[in-house]
Ligand binder design. Structure first.
Ligand code: FAD
Length: 303
């Protein structure tokens, strides 16, 4: 391993470089943000909490030209409740999501996943928008957003578009966002149904750990006690957070007590496509997927 002093010595020097030609933008309104994007589209690095960006780019920080810091955009920090939806600004931190009673009540799986992110320091800086745009298969908020059928509002100099969170992720750390596009908010629909949910995160230790595998589950029950909608999403077990649609279909129109837990757990374990990496082997992940699906379904059927 390299000694730290050698690392520092090898690092390209930033001093002496003419930084005057580069800018640091901190817009206070959406209009100002759009103006900056239009002027500097190609040479902007967007920063929210910085907890992913600064770690991933530490060796390359000297290459960054103009910064676009979203931290003064108060309108991106709002959580707005409507009769039929909740809108969460992309700059809302994990800390806020994990402390708000309304989020706990309406989206308990998202609430719990936010509380499981990193450490208090990471949760108070890291944002929901940063988690989404980093698009890591291990991003803890992604499976919960998929089971709640979240939509993402993306803005740019050319206008805006709303996309299904399901269609946003295209591969490990890849998504459909184009240059000059900003994630403004997350929209989660509200339905008049009874929900039962579960969140399980498995890692090498309890705190400050990236998921080896995670599971988010949400079942909605209609008036005749039948399962009207089922969502099961697994994180860290495929290039993108993965909805297991065959398992979802197999649960539909049943009463909770009629769910064949073993059958569903087998389907989940077979349909994921895990890899071997530092956080576990593919074989380990398939076995854990089986166990956590059993556990989550037992939890919801006993709730
Ligand atoms: C010690 C440590 C522990 C961690 N633990 C966890 C964990 O347990 N679970 C987990 O899921 N993650 C974890 N993370 C990763 C990280 O904290 C989260 O993904 C966090 O949500 C990132 O948000 P941020 O605001 O810091 O993003 P940033 O680092 O500011 O940005 C991340 C990326 O998104 C882009 N971006 C940010 N916001 C927007 C926007 N609104 N529009 C367009 N692009 C945008 C940035 O340009 C950058 O490419 C950990 C990180 C560290 C350092």
């Amino acid at each position: 391993m390299k000694k730290q002093s050698e690392n520092v010595k090898d690092r390209p020097r930033t001093s002496g470089r003419d930084f005057k030609q580069y800018k640091y933008f901190r817009p206070k309104s959406k209009e100002e943000l759009i103006r900056i994007i239009n002027d500097f589209q190609k040479d902007l690095t967007i920063i929210a909490g910085g907890t992913d960006l600064l770690v991933a780019n530490y060796q390359k920080l000297y290459e960054i030209k103009n910064w676009l810091d979203l931290n003064l955009l108060n309108e991106f920090k709002n959580i707005k409740m409507f009769d039929d939806k909740v809108e969460i600004g992309s700059m809302v931190t994990h800390q806020r999501l994990s402390k708000l009673d309304q989020i706990k009540e309406l989206f308990p799986v998202l609430h719990q996943a936010a509380a499981d992110v990193g450490s208090p320091q990471i949760r108070s800086r890291g944002t929901i928008g940063g988690n989404i745009v980093t698009s890591s298969p291990a991003g803890d908020l992604l499976p919960p957003l998929l089971i709640y059928d979240a939509q993402l509002k993306i803005i740019s100099g050319e206008g805006s578009r709303v996309v299904d969170a399901n269609e946003f992720f295209t591969g490990p750390k890849k998504n459909i966002l184009k240059e000059g596009e900003i994630l403004e908010k997350i929209i989660i629909p509200l339905k008049e149904e009874v929900y039962r949910g579960a969140w399980i995160k498995v890692g090498k230790r309890k705190a400050l750990i990236i998921s080896s595998i995670s599971l988010a589950l949400n079942l909605s029950i209609d008036r005749s006690n039948l399962i009207k909608k089922a969502r099961i999403c697994i994180g860290s077990a495929a290039p993108v957070p993965l909805r297991i649609k065959t398992a979802e279909q197999a649960i539909l129109k049943k009463e909770l007590t009629e769910i064949n837990i073993e059958e569903i757990a087998q389907i989940v374990s077979e349909e994921i496509s895990p890899i071997d990496d530092i956080r576990g082997t593919a074989k380990y992940r398939r076995q854990v997927a089986l166990n956590i699906t059993r556990k989550a379904l037992s939890e919801v059927t006993n709730q």
